[in-house]
Design a protein around this ligand. Structure first.
Ligand code: URA
Length: 234
């Protein structure tokens, strides 16, 4: 790894601004490899240096990956003057790092949302050419049947001209199904099911590629991905 300035390394955690790091260093509160840092401009290898602030070790990470169980009523945007966003559900240090949601869920959709500051991984997961499947649980008004499954499997062209790639529809009960999409067009599942005359009443994302919603999280709760989850996702 190239050497990087101490203020940049510590600010990348999202816990302090560069200005705050300068002050901490001045006050002798930052140890680098066991010695008090003399200047915030000192340079270190992020992979090798051991940093402590006020005696506590600081973990330097290039990127952060958070699984959020998005509740209904919260926007997937990073900023919005009109309401609570998913970023408002995370601690300040994540917001400072510039985390963003990988793709969007509608305001009333619940379930799995990945947030990260790793733009390359986000691009991989969202690129239509990469064919990353996303699975949703859906409840509708009306009775789903074999003709709906066949229409989804064939790929639908909606009345408004939207072309939908073939998608999976696995019937669970007359009004419930698992839908698997390879793409994420605006309101896609709602529009596909509305076109079948069976409007969506409830929608929850369960998976994105190999990543599965941790059902022990309550709506609005989050946790970082495990090493195993991250390895599989990459
Ligand atoms: N399809 C929808 O209609 N809404 C979502 O939030 C996700 C997929």
């Amino acid at each position: 790894m190239p050497l990087e300035r101490l203020d940049k390394l510590l600010a990348s955690t999202g816990r302090w601004s560069r200005g705050e790091v300068k002050r901490l260093v001045r006050e002798g509160r930052v140890l680098a490899d066991g010695r008090a840092a003399a200047s915030a401009e000192e340079k270190y290898d992020a992979d090798a240096v051991e940093l402590c602030v006020d005696g506590a070790p600081v973990r330097l990470r290039r990127f952060v990956y958070v699984m959020l169980r998005k509740p209904a009523g919260v926007l997937s945007a990073t900023e919005d003057g009109r309401g609570t966003t998913v970023l408002d559900l995370l601690p300040e240090e994540y917001r400072r790092r510039g985390l963003f949601p990988v793709g969007r869920l509608d305001k009333d959709t619940e379930g799995l949302l990945l947030l990260t500051d790793d733009g390359a991984l986000a691009h991989e997961l969202l690129s239509p050419r990469k064919h990353v499947d996303k699975q949703y649980y859906v409840r509708v008004d009306g009775v789903l049947d074999e003709s709906d499954r066949a229409a989804f499997a064939a790929g639908m062209v909606l009345g408004d001209g939207l072309h939908c790639l073939p998608a999976g529809l696995e019937l669970l009960s007359p009004g419930e199904a698992l839908v698997t999409l390879r793409e994420g067009k605006f309101h896609q599942i709602k529009r596909m099911l509305a076109a079948r005359g069976k409007p969506v009443r409830y929608l929850k994302r369960l998976t994105m590629g190999s990543l599965r919603l941790d059902e022990t999280l309550a709506p609005g709760e989050w946790r970082e991905l495990s090493d195993e989850e991250l390895k599989q996702l990459k």
